[in-house]
Ligand binder design. Structure first.
Ligand code: FE2
Length: 322
């Protein structure tokens, strides 16, 4: 069985082709690149419309198949930006109707968890999912995907981007903050906001931005202190979730998971508690079509089907409602 998965929740339009044996035949990523920073939803949607058919064609040619060989079309049904989700859903419906291929809509966040399980040796991990809009700690427990902790306000990536814009970095700011933080020498005290397994970044963002505007601190020290603080919060929350669920594996997902300092802190925490730490390669950490294709196969095998009339987008779908 071959599934073509379409991802379009935010800035990336992705098309992945995956077999039911878990082989990724193609994973084409078409990210929106902006100079100004941030995502303007209708601009991102225009971008997705512009690249959608070439992304499908590139994926088919990378997989060395034609569309007739595809047995299932899967798409990100939510959560995400409505403007963007609509383009992926439209592309998926069109392919499904034109070529008479079954359709399935899946949850984007769970896609990150399942592709990580496919591509690493993780069997039953706690997922620390850290991206622009999303910051969640997810695990499969008692027959259901559950959110054990999450941000109470903005996603970690968005927070880093807003601070990056404040100090003159473009979008995405995360890689530049990581680079500059290596030059930071002095830890500047910032609020540390964790409530059980939930975290909050809004107050930290205000505090670090005010410190920057005061002119008393170097950019490098602030980047370093910001990373150390927010990553420590995430690692603490993830460790608490692992202890509560009695799970011995931690998996990273989402674009911010590419940050080497976050990976290092997760690795240290896992080794101290005798747990395993897994991180897939970057093309499968960021939003991608392969994870949507793979989750489509898993759910199809469990009997899920999506009719055209039930294929509306779900921008606010919660992981624990699936
Ligand atoms: Fe994502």
């Amino acid at each position: 069985m071959i599934c073509l998965g379409i991802e379009s929740t935010a800035h990336t339009f992705g098309v992945g082709i995956v077999t039911d044996k878990g082989r990724v035949l193609a994973n084409v990523l078409k990210p929106l690149v902006t100079k100004k920073g941030g995502i303007i939803p209708n601009e991102a949607a225009e971008h997705h419309i512009g690249v959608c058919s070439e992304a499908v064609e590139e994926a088919l040619s990378a997989a060395k198949i034609n569309v007739g060989a595809v047995n299932l079309i899967s798409f990100s049904q939510g959560p995400g930006l409505g403007h963007c989700l609509r383009v992926g859903a439209m592309a998926a419906r069109t392919l499904s109707l034109l070529h008479k291929i079954p359709l399935i809509g899946v949850n984007h966040c769970i896609g990150h968890l399942e592709i990580g399980k496919l591509l690493t040796e993780a069997k039953d991990p706690v997922l620390l999912y850290v991206s622009g809009a999303n910051t969640q700690i997810i695990a499969f427990e008692n027959g259901k995907y559950r959110v054990f902790g999450e941000t109470l306000d903005i996603g970690i990536g968005n927070m880093l981007d807003v601070f990056g814009r404040e100090i003159g970095f473009g979008f995405p700011a995360g890689p530049k903050i990581m680079e500059l933080s290596a030059k930071g020498k002095k830890y500047v005290e910032l609020p540390y906001v964790i409530k059980g397994m939930d975290v909050s970044f809004g107050g930290i963002l205000t505090n670090v931005s005010e410190k920057y505007r005061s002119g008393k601190y170097s950019k490098a020290d602030l980047c370093y202190s910001l990373q150390e603080t927010v990553f420590a919060m995430l690692v603490e929350a993830a460790e608490r979730a692992m202890a509560q669920c009695n799970k011995r594996e931690l998996l990273l997902g989402g674009g911010v998971a590419s940050n080497l300092r976050l990976q290092e802190m997760c690795r240290t925490m896992c080794s101290e508690r005798g747990a395993e730490f897994y991180v897939p390669e970057r093309q499968f950490l960021v939003d991608n079509g392969a994870m949507i294709g793979w989750l489509g196969i898993l759910e199809y095998k469990k009997g899920k089907r999506t009719k055209i009339e039930g294929s509306w987008i779900k921008p606010y779908e919660r992981t624990d409602d699936v």
